[in-house]
Design a protein around this ligand. Structure first.
Ligand SMILES: Cc1ncc(COP(=O)(O)O)c(C=O)c1O
Length: 465
């Protein structure tokens, strides 16, 4: 009765990443109403600087009331505005903000931006523009689990992993790129490009200039595209400068049609509900097609209006970015130090809203079942929803992504103390009603079904998804 698209499994939402969320939603932690519930550490959300945004809104309340700076109402204009090119004032302010995030080393032409409903929509739109069903994009592992849905599901594009490993801190090399390309060609897939996240989700690291140069040389030699998802570009909290691929390709006119950047305000400003995404490309054919496609996922004029004024307030945005990074750094340190107390180290990182934690020594047995077993214990016995490395297609077992910016400091302290107790207690051989006093419900039916079938073929399916 229904379409194959609807019935197929390629949306990727049955991975442990999304199932952990479902469990959290059934039993969410609340300090007053549900103190033994599950703490959400699988959500890369930035809630650390709402107070700064709120105080700006208070001092600029007329903007939210549809008033212009001269006090006149803009309500009717906004109510009718539906041009998919977007509000000029917003695109100008966004282009300037993106340049500022890159230390003003590069400029973005507002006419080369396409507005979309979040980065999710931007990524899918780019896939529709750059590849046909059955074509492949190469992605370094581990990667953001949402890409299985965003890049593949509706477009029919295939993802071929670029296998990165902890032996060189998961850096991308010429060899790993060539290896992925070869594997794709062996599968008779036409490779259309490479997609990276910079800073990386889930590693929390910025991509170095030599790595970017390797990537640019690679896509030039193969005559394919490079997409750089830079949604975390304002989160580099350790004082080092974020280097965008735009900086590396600056002046290389022959490559400008092949390099595309996407960005959103979901992470740096903590506004995922506003659905503000953007594609930047110097390829005018891509911009024209993506602009037409943006009809399917436009950003509201109300949001554009509000943010055009906020982002144009450069004194405010500069102050915000500095303070937000200071807060992220503090949180990051708190989590890294707390995990260290539990004997867990993290990959050295300098950006993002999460840590990439190494729990390889806790795996029993040291295989996929061991990772799923540990994840289930952490979810059901300890009451923390963290994301297993396998859901990020990591080639090595025993890594977990743990988020730190979507909760209060007290909740993070509690999460860490739960984890420390868990590791101290007999390697975590906890009972269902554990020593943390958790009132744990039975896993949801979908989860129970999924965790029961942890056979080798399932592992392969999870990892190749
Ligand atoms: C790397 C990456 N790209 C895209 C997205 C989606 O962002 P948005 O909320 O703007 O759709 C996320 C969200 O976690 C992400 O981590």
């Amino acid at each position: 009765m229904l379409s194959r698209k609807v019935m197929c499994n390629s949306h990727g939402q049955d991975s442990s990443y999304f199932l952990g969320w479902q469990e959290y939603e059934r039993n969410p932690y609340d300090p007053v109403h549900n103190p033994s519930g599950i703490i959400q550490m699988g959500h890369a959300e930035n809630q650390l600087s709402f107070d700064i945004l709120e105080s700006w809104l208070e001092s600029n309340h007329e903007v939210a009331e549809f008033k212009s700076d001269r006090g006149a109402s803009v309500f009717r204009d906004m109510a009718l505005f539906q041009d998919y090119h977007g509000l000029t004032a917003f695109k100008n302010a966004l282009a300037d903000f993106m340049a500022e995030l890159r230390g003003n080393k590069v400029e973005f032409d507002p006419n080369s931006l396409v507005l979309t409903a979040g980065a999710t929509s931007a990524n899918e739109t780019l896939m529709f523009c750059l590849a046909d069903p059955g074509d492949a994009f190469l992605l370094p592992t581990p990667y953001y689990p949402g890409f299985d849905r965003d890049l593949k599901w509706r477009t029919g594009v295939e993802i071929v992993p670029i296998h990165c490993s902890s032996s060189n801190s998961f850096h991308i090399t010429k060899n790993t790129l060539e290896d992925a390309y070869k594997r794709a060609t062996k599968r008779k897939l036409r490779v259309k490009g490479v997609l990276i996240t910079n800073p990386s989700n889930p590693l929390g690291t910025t991509v170095s200039r030599p790595e970017l140069e390797t990537l640019v040389d690679f896509i030039a030699s193969k005559d394919i595209h490079l997409v750089s998802d830079e949604v975390y570009s304002g989160t580099n909290f350790d004082g080092s400068r974020f280097i965008s691929v735009a900086e590396v390709t600056e002046g290389q006119v022959d490559l400008s049609g092949q390099v595309h950047i996407m960005y959103s305000l979901s992470k740096d400003l903590g506004l995922p509900g506003f659905r503000v995404g953007v594609i930047f490309s110097a390829n005018q054919t891509v911009i024209t097609a993506a602009t037409k496609m943006s009809s399917f996922g436009l950003m509201s004029s109300q949001t554009q209006y509000l943010l055009s004024v906020m982002l144009a307030d450069k004194k405010f945005t500069r102050k915000y970015l500095i303070e937000n990074k200071r807060r992220l750094k503090k949180r990051h340190e708190k989590l890294v130090n707390g995990l260290q107390r539990a004997g867990i180290t993290c990959l050295e990182s300098n950006a993002g809203l999460f840590c990439w934690a190494d729990t390889r020594h806790l795996l029993q047995p040291n295989n996929f079942e061991g990772e799923m077993g540990l994840w289930k214990k952490i979810l059901f016995n300890v009451g923390l929803n963290v994301s297993p490395g396998s859901s990020c297609h990591c080639d090595e077992l025993g890594w977990f992504r743990i988020c730190f910016a979507n909760m209060s400091e007290e909740t993070l302290d509690l999460a860490v103390s739960r984890l420390v107790s868990f590791v101290e207690s007999d390697g975590g051989a906890c009972r269902r009603r554990g020593r943390f006093g958790l009132q744990l419900r039975a896993p949801a039916a979908s989860m129970a079904k999924w965790v029961l079938k942890l056979s080798v073929p399932d592992r392969k399916a999870e990892q190749s998804r």
